[in-house]
Design a protein around this ligand. Structure first.
Ligand SMILES: Cc1ncc(COP(=O)(O)O)c(C=O)c1O
Length: 379
């Protein structure tokens, strides 16, 4: 049977492949998928159960429940000082659908999208699926810092968008305010979209302050913010996210959203309202990720890895060139087999020579994982 070649060419995510392999083995410490062990706050679960008991679940209105859109606009204003109207908020099925809806809505055949490597693999997959071309900038050799001159080298008349992701998955880095402002100044007169994936914006534990490019007035009319509740409130399985975009863009993207999913789950939209109204301070969660990130960073540095300076998210990205010239997939498969620790290869993010450790398990588990890795390297 005929299958769209763009789809046929896609591979199942390497992260999922390794996680599945690890799940079939005994006694593996699985630090692959970006899914925290911290449960969804109790009040969200309990109020959602009550809501479901007392209400017939119906389709949510197109674009999302108004109350949720109001809460999200309020959250962006109070937390980050960025003003959005409730009608500039589009509720999506996780930030994955927000990204998919955005790229589906703006891309045509042979358009180019700038992706900053190392990058979350979904970006490449979506760009490929929508018949466009990914153009990469590798920031791993510049301490993971993007500059406008790097963008200048690759931007051209086919460029339709650039995707930014801070704090970054996989490096945990944040772009300092000066760099964001410099990039905004450069892009201000360019006719391209700036897609800002801010899914880890609430998971900040370093000294660097988080600064969204949507705060820069000279580009706000071309910024599409992507965010959601999976990481900030440990609500991965609820599949609830959103995008923020100027009215003229949101007006078009809502059609993609509607014809793809009709609406996200009404129950999850309700749960997200509870999250913003009753669990607005998630700093204790971020602090826990900070402690984990510190432990892993310190241990890996003691072992001799070169480790990116994570300021947020919950990943540690480390260069292992000192130990091995194996490619990163071979290296992590060897670690999995011999040390029973499941990690993700840098190649899954477009940069070889690195491993990613997801700090999604307890400090004790992470400590054991580092002990096992140390034993493996010394064997
Ligand atoms: C950078 C980044 N963006 C988006 C997502 C998707 O998150 P969700 O669809 O659960 O909101 C993830 C998940 O790991 C991610 O790491």
């Amino acid at each position: 049977m005929y299958i769209n070649p763009r789809v046929k060419e896609l591979e199942v995510s390497i992260i999922r492949q390794i996680a599945q392999k690890a799940a079939k083995m005994d006694d593996v410490i699985n630090l692959t998928i970006g899914e925290p062990d911290i449960p969804t706050p109790r009040v969200i679960v309990e109020k959602s159960i009550e809501y479901m008991k007392n209400n017939q679940l119906k389709y949510a209105p197109t674009g999302g429940l108004e109350e949720l859109r109001i809460e999200i606009a309020k959250f962006y204003d109070e937390k980050y000082g960025i003003k959005y109207d409730k009608d500039e908020v589009l509720i999506t099925c996780g930030s994955t659908e927000a990204l998919s809806t955005t790229l589906k809505g703006i891309l045509a055949k042979d358009d180019e999208v700038i992706i900053i490597n190392p990058a979350f693999s979904l970006y490449d997959a979506l760009v490929h699926m929508y018949d466009a071309k990914a153009v990469h900038i590798d920031v791993s050799k510049n301490d993971f810092i993007l500059t406008s001159s790097m963008i200048e080298e690759v931007i051209n008349e086919k460029t339709k968008a650039i995707i930014l992701n801070y704090p970054s998955n996989p490096s945990g880095t944040i772009l300092p305010k000066e760099n964001i402002v410099e990039i905004a100044n450069f892009l201000a007169n360019k006719d391209i979209y700036i897609i800002s994936d801010e899914i880890y914006s609430e998971v900040i534990f370093g000294k660097e302050e988080y600064y969204s490019i949507a705060k820069c007035d000279n580009v706000k009319d071309k910024v599409i913010v992507i965010n959601g509740f999976s990481k900030s409130h440990s609500m991965t399985g609820w599949r609830i996210g959103y995008l923020l975009a100027p009215l003229n863009i949101r007006k078009e993207l809502i059609k993609v959203n509607q014809y793809t999913i009709t609406s996200p789950s009404t129950l999850s939209e309700y749960g997200a309202i509870v999250a913003l109204q009753e669990v607005s301070d998630v700093s204790s969660m971020a602090e826990e990720y900070g402690r984990r990130a510190n432990l892993v960073t310190n241990r890996l540095r003691e072992l001799g890895f070169e480790v990116a300076d994570a300021q947020g998210a919950f990943y540690i990205f480390a260069n292992y060139k000192k130990f091995s010239d194996k490619d990163s997939l071979t290296f992590v498969l060897d670690i999995l087999e011999k040390a029973k620790v499941a990690l993700v290869p840098g190649s899954a993010f477009g940069v070889d020579g690195y491993i990613r450790v997801a700090c999604t398990l307890s400090l004790d588990n992470l400590k054991t994982a580092m002990d096992r890795l140390e034993k493996y390297l010394n064997s």
